[in-house]
Design a protein around this ligand. Structure first.
Ligand code: COA
Length: 322
């Protein structure tokens, strides 16, 4: 039987500091009611001194390895999905390899904004199927608080910081049905101005802040996310009735509910963390997975559908048997 990638371990890290909507409303012309009604967000975690993209990624990775009962020396690679690395290079992933004391691995970062975790999962799966790696930690780690204009109420209220990790392990056992079944990735650079960061290092004429046309992003989200999940199921000969849990990117409860409604998936089968984490970009799916696996909602054998859309625009889906 062909080699497959089994999701063998889950971990996450959330910054210690919790910032409520009411706290934001002390500095911005906004309110807890507006934020909850339009987004479903009640609070977010924001990094303090000592909490970085690398430190959070390493904490999430350690927890995922512990869950999988896999020693760090068995890790072949670390892929980190992030749009907010601590440095341009060395890559966050290489710093994490060092934190984990992995001496014989390789690693690199993937920048696909909020779709980054799906992109990284798909990339890691390709390495495993090709026989180039047997164990890869796929991480999403983001510090969006650093790229937000804290005086812009249209974006500042939407995002949070955090990290999540999944250990992918090669499996050749034909009796074992677990593993990634399909991933689908998409990008449309023509929509790049709908959600972007204004500038980069060494460009003082730019603000360096996240900019967004919220309504346009919203409009693209429901249709693009639904179609990429349709693809995942059609290619696999499965239907939405087979899906045990939808684990969506956590941008906005209205987008999540819109997608679930379109697919006729009851919200009881959707993992939601946006109320407590806000949008943690590439970290949101592995954070949600870790929570739902650890609290017993997601069980071995469940069919999990994941989706994300983000700046680029990039979007995609992943289907897996846990
Ligand atoms: N508090 C209070 N009022 C706010 C506000 C805030 N935090 N942010 C915007 N407003 C105001 C606007 O200024 C506008 O006021 P006006 O009518 O006087 O001009 C009004 O609320 C409506 O703004 P609009 O942007 O049209 O609201 P919306 O219903 O589209 O909701 C978003 C805004 C951002 C919540 C919504 O568009 C959205 O969720 N989009 C998707 C964003 C997303 O998830 N991006 C990440 C994808 S990975």
């Amino acid at each position: 039987m062909a080699t497959r990638s089994v999701l063998a371990g889950f971990g996450s890290y959330l910054p210690r500091r919790v910032v409520s909507n009411d706290e934001l409303a002390q500095k911005l012309d906004t309110s807890d009611q507006w934020i909850r009604e339009r987004t479903g967000i009640g609070q977010r975690h924001i990094v303090s001194e000592g909490e970085t993209a690398v430190s959070m990624a390493a904490e999430a990775a350690r927890a995922a390895l512990k869950f999988a009962k896999i020693p760090a020396e068995d890790v072949d690679a670390v892929l980190v999905a992030t749009s907010t690395p601590d440095q341009i290079f060395p890559a966050t992933a290489v710093r994490v390899l060092n934190e984990l004391n992995v001496k014989n691995g390789f690693g690199f970062d993937i920048a696909a904004a909020c779709s980054g975790f799906i992109y990284a999962l798909s990339t890691a799966d390709a390495f495993i199927r090709a026989g180039q790696a047997k164990c890869i930690i796929v991480i999403g780690s983001e510090v969006y608080s650093r790229i937000l204009d804290w005086s812009d109420r249209g974006t500042a209220v939407l995002f949070g910081d955090g990290a999540g990790a999944v250990v992918l392990k090669a499996c050749d056992d034909s009796n074992d049905q677990r593993g990634l079944i399909a991933t689908h990735l998409h990008a449309d650079g023509a929509t790049g101005d709908l959600l972007y960061v204004d500038g980069a290092l060494g460009q003082p004429e730019h603000s360096g802040f996240l900019k967004m046309s919220g309504r346009d992003v919203f409009r693209h989200a429901v249709s693009k996310l639904s179609s990429s999940m349709d693809e995942a199921l059609e290619d696999s000969g499965l239907t939405y009735a087979d899906v045990t849990w939808l684990v969506p990117h956590q941008a906005n409860i209205r987008i999540i509910e819109g997608v679930a409604r379109k697919l006729a998936l009851p919200m009881e089968r959707v993992v939601v963390t946006v109320d407590r984490h806000a949008n943690t970009s590439a970290a949101s799916i592995p954070l949600a997975l870790d929570e739902a696996v650890r609290d017993g909602r997601i069980k071995s054998g469940d069919l999990i559908l994941m989706e994300a859309l983000g700046g680029g625009l990039t979007w995609g889906s992943a289907l897996a048997r846990l």
